[in-house]
Ligand binder design. Structure first.
Ligand code: NAP
Ligand code: MG
Length: 495
């Protein structure tokens, strides 16, 4: 697995339009999960650095917040064009740093991110306030204003796409940004800053790399006007508490244990692809992964035969090989956690139907590779059916009818995604309405285009991204109340 691009050996912090080392010179190393090889050193931001980034945002805000919608929209379009010219580079960086297959980074992560900037360029131009006559002679004018300096923290599973989901609406809104990528996967966003940083006035975009326990904590507690977070429910709760203490808004996109359901009348080709899209896409490291696979009892035997065959055929391999369908897990720690869940499942009475081990063929033993895995004989109450495994491990659970499915699907602390495969439209809609989650796919899974709201019910989060409404989550609402009358209200008569 040779590296096809030139990476910098060290990446600095991007603060106030300048690249600089951490104030104490500290660094961390980022690795290629497919080989275990070192890729580069990145700066470990100190508290002083995070405060400097917030200050750079504060200094840039008065001018930036007064730019017009036309100007910011054009900047977003320019950014999209530059990213498009550098698609191959960005896809390769993402694949190297994260271990996900190049066929995904080049067809999903990077193109979807580029489209996100274009989408918000459009949304911004159509963003309007309102003017309403209220209470007789009062004209209520509603205007949208930028919030200020926002802190954004994203995880390692979609480093660039999660970045785009947060950066595009914040830039559109006219906010200044202090952005923290995961220390495991910072390179693509650092390349983003290198490629497009100068399209934005200095201080509008600041990237502070480093670990969650340091840079993340500093940012969580910094003097920002909003926190936006994607990651685990555990850290998300802390972010919400920090925001509550400051009385600032927080949007949270957290974990999930989503139900992907298959009725006996489903289209077989769509269904078999749907199981794989649900639990093998991105090595199963997807917050909305279809990790609880519900199969109607009357379809179970046929389903298992079809999916077992399909899972066995999946090509696990070098993420840079365009024919690879499943790459490496993010690191050895996550791989061990996933395998420990397979053991937990077995100890609870589940059986491995397919996979269940490391993939070690050829050079794969050097990296964090797993076999596509299905556990059967699973009850929805088991830990493997309730806890997020975050890997290519689906648990298969039988259901009898619509009511049984909806009850089991809703027996979860999470409510992010879900899928239903059937050719009966009425049934699809009844199930979609019955499942308490923010997104339900019908006859497909894990499609995440801009233009449709994505986010969680229950412990899966607060707020919706990838949709025009997130622009408002990066804005303040100003109301101006104008009296059009000529007479005093009469509460304090003078004669
Ligand atoms: P995480 O710990 O919640 O990390 C998400 C982001 O928060 C990363 O940038 C992380 O930095 C940062 N962070 C960690 N601790 C922090 C703190 N105390 N204060 C502020 N920021 C902090 O998630 P993870 O370690 O990547 O994965 C743990 C589990 O979360 C996974 O196994 C999975 O179950 C879930 N997960 C969910 C999603 C999702 O999209 N819903 C994504 C990824 C993971 P560092 O990475 O640099 O430490
Ligand atoms: Mg890495």
């Amino acid at each position: 697995m040779s590296i096809p691009i030139d990476l910098q050996s060290t990446y600095q912090l991007y603060i106030g339009g300048q690249w600089r080392d951490a104030s104490d010179g500290g660094t961390l190393t980022t690795y290629n999960p497919a080989t275990g090889d070192k890729l580069a050193d990145i700066a470990q931001a100190t508290q002083e650095d995070v405060e400097a980034a917030v200050a750079a945002g504060r200094a840039a805000f008065p001018t930036w917040s007064k730019t017009t919608a036309q100007e910011r929209s054009q900047i977003l379009l320019d950014i999209a064009d530059i990213l498009e010219e550098n698609q191959e580079l960005l896809a390769t960086v993402e694949t190297l740093d994260n271990g996900k297959p190049i066929r995904e980074t080049s067809t999903v992560d990077i193109p979807a991110s580029i489209d996100h900037f274009r989408y918000f360029a459009g949304v911004l131009r159509a963003d309007e306030g309102t003017a309403t006559m209220v209470d007789g002679s009062m004209l209520s004018v509603v205007l949208h204003e930028p919030l200020g300096v926002v802190g954004q923290i994203v995880p390692w599973n979609f480093p660039f796409l999660m970045g785009a989901w947060k950066l595009a609406p914040a830039i559109a809104a006219g906010d200044c940004i202090v952005f923290k990528p995961s220390s495991t996967t910072s390179l693509s966003i650092l390349e983003f800053a290198r490629l497009v940083g100068d399209k934005l006035p200095a201080g509008v975009l600041n990237v502070i790399t480093g670990s969650g326990s340091k840079s993340g904590e500093y940012l969580k507690n910094a003097d920002v006007d909003k926190l936006a977070f994607t990651g685990s429910t555990e850290v998300g709760r802390d972010i919400a508490l920090a925001a509550a203490k400051k009385i600032i808004p927080a949007t949270l996109e957290l974990g999930g244990k989503s139900a992907n359901a298959f009725f006996d009348d489903c289209d077989r080709d769509l269904a078999i692809e749907g199981v794989q899209l649900g639990i093998l896409f991105n090595q199963g490291q997807v917050c909305c992964a279809g990790s609880r696979i519900f199969v109607q009892d009357t379809f179970y035997d046929e389903f298992m035969e079809l999916v077992t065959k399909a899972f066995t055929k999946v090509k696990v391999g070098d993420p840079l090989d365009p024919t690879t369908q499943m790459g490496a897990q993010i690191n050895e720690g996550q791989l061990k956690k996933i395998l420990s869940y397979v053991e937990i499942g077995e100890s609870e009475g589940a059986k491995i139907a397919v996979g269940g081990h490391r993939a070690t063929e050829g050079d794969l033993g050097k990296g964090a590779f797993l076999e596509p895995t299905l556990l059967v004989d699973v009850d929805n109450k088991m830990r493997v059916a309730q806890e997020e495994i975050f890997g290519p491990v689906g648990v298969v659970i039988k259901f009898h009818d619509e009511a049984d499915l909806i009850e089991k699907a809703n027996d979860s602390v999470y409510g992010l995604g879900g899928g239903v495969f059937t050719q009966d439209l009425g049934r699809a809609l009844r199930v979609a309405n019955g499942i308490h989650t923010g997104r339900v796919w019908v006859n497909t899974y894990n499609q995440i285009p801009a233009g449709a709201p994505f986010g969680g019910y229950k412990e899966s989060g607060i707020g919706r991204e990838t949709y025009k409404s997130i622009l408002n989550a990066y804005q303040q609402v100003k109301n101006i109340m104008i009296n059009l009358g000529t007479e005093p209200a009469g509460l304090y008569p003078q004669d």
